[in-house]
Design a protein around this ligand. Structure first.
Ligand SMILES: Cc1cc2nc3c(=O)[nH]c(=O)nc-3n(C[C@H](O)[C@H](O)[C@H](O)COP(=O)(O)OP(=O)(O)OC[C@H]3O[C@@H](n4cnc5c(N)ncnc54)[C@H](O)[C@@H]3O)c2cc1C
Length: 555
C-alpha cells in the first residue's frame, strides 16, 4: 500500500494477456469477448463505480436504502447537466462520463441499430454492412432495447410527441419502429428506443460486464488511471498506472502493470479524447503534440525519448454530430420537471417507480421524442443524414426543443490537442467548416419550419418568425458549447493509409496502431466518419468486430 493513502494499492505482480484501458461502449464489450476466449484480461477504469449493480453510491435521498443510483433511474439521466461533479471527465473541455461504463453509464440510453450507410459510407473493407450485420444482430440479442420503458406498458406525458407527430404525419412522414427498419431514415419518424430493461439503465454494464465478471480470468480495477504505455520501440510491455486523484476518490492501484511477456497485448478504449491522450503521453502522435508532453512538468522529465516517437496523425479527423436547436411552443405540451426529481421529487412518482418500476420516472429525462429523419443531397453530391430529436424542455412550460443532428455524409472535420497540464481540448471545432454541411443544416431547418408551421396554435421560439433560416444558423457559434452533441469520434482513424507515411489512419484494419505490434484502439476514436444516430450501438458493434479481428491475429 501507498504510505500516504491506504486507498492506493500497489499493482499486483501479475501479468495479463490483455490490458484494456477504459470501460465505456468500446472497452466493456471487447474485454468481455477477449476473456470469453480464455485470455486473462485486466480492465482498467479511471472513474468510480456507477450503477448500483457495481456498488456505485451516487444517489439522491429517495434512493437511499435501494440498490439504485443516479445512473440507474431513467428519470435522473439528465442530472449530469445539473451536477457533473465526480462523474464527468475533468481533463476534457467537453462532456464525457469518467465512471465505470463511461458514456454508457451517463448517456440518455438512446439505442439505434446502425443504418447500413453508417458502415458503407464510412468504414473500410472488412467493416462494411455485409461484414457487420451479423454482429449487429448479436449485439441486439443481448441488448434489445425498448420504446416503452415503464413496466406497465404505458407511455406517460405524450402530449409533446403527439403534437409534433401530427405535423409530421400531415407532411407525409411515415411512422416506423426505427430498429425494425434501420435503413428507413428518410421522411420517417418514430419513438426513441432506449437500452432500458426493468425500467433501469441496461446496456454493456448489465450484459457484457456481467458475463465478464463471472470469469476467473477477468479482472477489473476502478479509480485507476492509465498514465501511459511502457514500450520498447513498437512493442508494449506494460502500462503505468496511478490512483485517480491519488486515491482520494476510492480504492485504486498504482505502479507498472505488465502484459504477458512476448504475447500480451494492450487495447486502448479510453474514448475519443482519452485514447488519444494516452497515445500522446506514450510518444505516439504528431510531433507538435508530443513536444507539448515533452515540455510538460508532469511528463517531460520521464517521457520516452524523441528517437522512439512514432509519428501518427492522432487527434485529427475529429468529429461530432453538429447540433442545431430549434424551439417551439404549443398549449397542449406538458412539461415535467425531471431536475426537481433529484431533491424535490413528487412523492407519488417516486413511490410508483420504487414500488413497481412504472410511471414518468421510468422514462428518460427530459421526455424525448418524436425522432424523425431526413436525407439531403448536398451541392457536392454527397447525401447527408439528418436526425431530429424532440424533447419537452425549453423556455416555457409548453416548449419543446428539437435538435437537428447532421450525421452520415458530413465532411467537416476538426482536431483535438493536448495542453501543457495534460488536459485535452478541441483545438479545431469540427462544426460546419464545409459549405455543403451548412447547406444541409439550412435546408433541413427550412423544410421542418414549413412542416411544423402547419400545426395549429404552434408558436415559434427559435428561429423567430421573421428571421431567415440562414441568419438563424449563422447566429449560432460553431463551438462545442453551442453545437456539441457529445458524440465525439475520430481521433485515431481506422484505415489502410498508414499515417506514418502521410496517410490519415492511426490504426490498421485489425485496429492495431501502425508502428506497433501489440497495441490496439477499440472505441469511437477509430470511426472514419459520422453515423446517422446516437453512437453507442455502432461502437459496441465495432467492439464485437474488433474482438474477432484481434483474436484471429497470430503474433
Ligand atoms: C451526456 C451524454 C449523453 C449521451 N447520450 C447518448 C445516447 O443517448 N445514446 C448514445 O448512443 N450515445 C450517447 N452518448 C454518446 C456515447 O455515450 C459515447 O459516444 C460512447 O460512450 C463513447 O464510447 P467510447 O468507448 O468511445 O468511450 P467512453 O464511453 O467515453 O469510455 C471511455 C472510458 O475510458 C475511461 N478512461 C479515459 N481515460 C482513461 C485512462 N487514462 N485510464 C483509465 N480509464 C480511462 C473513461 O473514464 C471512460 O469510462 C452520450 C454521451 C454523453 C456524454
Amino acid at each position: 500500500q501507498n504510505s500516504t493513502n491506504p486507498n492506493c494499492t500497489a499493482v499486483p505482480d501479475t501479468t495479463y494477456d490483455y490490458i484494456v484501458i477504459g470501460s465505456g461502449a468500446g472497452g466493456i464489450p471487447i474485454a468481455d469477448r477477449l476473456s470469453e476466449a480464455g485470455h486473462s484480461v485486466l480492465l482498467i477504469e479511471k472513474g468510480p463505480p456507477s450503477s448500483g449493480r457495481w456498488n456505485g453510491t451516487m444517489k439522491p435521498a429517495w434512493l437511499e436504502g435501494t440498490n439504485l443510483t443516479r445512473f440507474d433511474v431513467p428519470g435522473l439521466f439528465n442530472q449530469i447537466w445539473a451536477d457533473p461533479t465526480g462523474v464527468n471527465c475533468e481533463d476534457l473541455d467537453v462532456m464525457a462520463g469518467c465512471v465505470l461504463g463511461g458514456g454508457t453509464a451517463v448517456n440518455s440510453a438512446l439505442w439505434w441499430k446502425p443504418h447500413p450507410s453508417d458502415w458503407d459510407v464510412n468504414f473500410p473493407a472488412g467493416w462494411k454492412n455485409t461484414d457487420m450485420q451479423r454482429l449487429v444482430e448479436k449485439v441486439w440479442q443481448r441488448i434489445p432495447g425498448t420504446a416503452i420503458p415503464s413496466k406497465d406498458g404505458k407511455l406517460y406525458l405524450q402530449q409533446g410527441f403527439d403534437t409534433v407527430s401530427k405535423g409530421l404525419e400531415a407532411a407525409g412522414f411515415k411512422y416506423v419502429v426505427p430498429n425494425d427498419h434501420p435503413d428507413q431514415k428518410n421522411h420517417t419518424y418514430g419513438r426513441s428506443t432506449f437500452f432500458i430493461e426493468n425500467a433501469e439503465r441496461h446496456g454493456p454494464l448489465s450484459t457484457y460486464l456481467v458475463s465478464a465478471a463471472k470469469r476467473k480470468n477477468f479482472h477489473l480495477m476502478t479509480n485507476t488511471n492509465a498514465r501511459r504505455l511502457i514500450r520498447t520501440g513498437g512493442h508494449i510491455t506494460g502500462v503505468e498506472l496511478e490512483c485517480s486523484k491519488e486515491g482520494s476518490v476510492g480504492p485504486g492501484f498504482s505502479g507498472s502493470i505488465k502484459v504477458t511477456p512476448g504475447t500480451g497485448r494492450v487495447v486502448l478504449s479510453a474514448g475519443t479524447f482519452g485514447s488519444a491522450k494516452v497515445l500522446f503521453r506514450s510518444g505516439i502522435g504528431p510531433a507538435d503534440q508530443l513536444r507539448i508532453v515533452n515540455n510538460s512538468k508532469i511528463d517531460g522529465p520521464t517521457m520516452i525519448p524523441s528517437d522512439q516517437w512514432i509519428n501518427l496523425p492522432v487527434g485529427y479527423n475529429l468529429n461530432d454530430h453538429v447540433g442545431t436547436d430549434i424551439q417551439i411552443a404549443h398549449p397542449d405540451v406538458v412539461f415535467y420537471d425531471f431536475y426537481a426529481a433529484w431533491d424535490k421529487p413528487i412523492a407519488s412518482d417516486t413511490e410508483q417507480y420504487l414500488a413497481n418500476r412504472t410511471g414518468i420516472l421510468a422514462q428518460v429525462a427530459p421526455n424525448l421524442g418524436p425522432m424523425f429523419w431526413q436525407q439531403i443531397k448536398g451541392s457536392d453530391g454527397i447525401v447527408r443524414h439528418l436526425q431530429w430529436q424532440a424533447r419537452v424542455e425549453g423556455k416555457t412550460n409548453t416548449s419543446m426543443t428539437i435538435t437537428q443532428y447532421v450525421g452520415t455524409g458530413t465532411t467537416s472535420r476538426g482536431r483535438m490537442a493536448i495542453t501543457p497540464v495534460l488536459s485535452t481540448r478541441v483545438s479545431v471545432a469540427p462544426y460546419l467548416r464545409e459549405a455543403a454541411d451548412k447547406e444541409a443544416v439550412v435546408q433541413g431547418i427550412e423544410y421542418i419550419r414549413g412542416v411544423l408551421g402547419q400545426i395549429q396554435n404552434l408558436t415559434w421560439i427559435q428561429p423567430i418568425a421573421n428571421q431567415t433560416t440562414t441568419a438563424f444558423v449563422n447566429s449560432i457559434p460553431a463551438t462545442p458549447g453551442s453545437r456539441g452533441s457529445n458524440h465525439w469520434i475520430g481521433s485515431c482513424t481506422i484505415g489502410t493509409d498508414d499515417g506514418r507515411t502521410g496517410g490519415k489512419a492511426v490504426v490498421d484494419l485489425d485496429t492495431k496502431v501502425y508502428g506497433t505490434d501489440n497495441l490496439f484502439v477499440v472505441d469511437a476514436s477509430i470511426f472514419p466518419g459520422m453515423m446517422t444516430g446516437n453512437p453507442s450501438g455502432v461502437i459496441i458493434t465495432v467492439a464485437e468486430r474488433a474482438a474477432e479481428k484481434i483474436l484471429s491475429l497470430k503474433n
